[in-house]
Design a protein around this ligand. Structure first.
Ligand code: FES
Length: 116
């Protein structure tokens, strides 16, 4: 009985990998918004390394996946707040708090993200 309860608890805490796209679909220096697992995910290709963050800007909900990417920074297309795509950190106003980052796995040419 205790073991079953512990297994149920662990299963409820597990994350799941969701396919986002093929790696060839997003060129270096580009970002795009994807709907994955019921969430809006902004995926970026920084020199061949993929990073994913929540797409909705913490200021007023601008689509971060549509913003210009400069190195590891994306500019919100609505009012210009900058976010670090590797951590989700807000780097400049008017946004004052981070978006969630997601772990990305690239395997056999497929990009997947880990969602809770
Ligand atoms: S909605 Fe992103 S800076 Fe305002």
């Amino acid at each position: 009985m205790t073991v079953k309860g512990e297994v149920t608890y662990l299963l409820s805490k597990m994350s799941v990998l969701h396919k986002v796209c093929d790696a060839k679909d997003l060129e270096p220096g580009q970002g795009r918004t994807f709907s994955v697992g019921g969430r809006s995910i902004a995926l970026f290709n920084v020199d061949g390394n993929f990073h994913a963050i929540e797409s909705e800007c913490t200021h007023e909900g601008g689509p971060l996946g549509d913003g210009p990417l400069r190195g590891t920074r994306v500019l919100c297309p609505w009012h210009g707040a900058e976010f670090d795509v590797t951590t989700g950190a807000a780097l400049s106003p008017p946004a004052d708090h981070a978006v969630s980052p997601f772990r990305v796995v690239v395997e056999a040419g497929e990009v997947t993200v880990e969602l809770p």
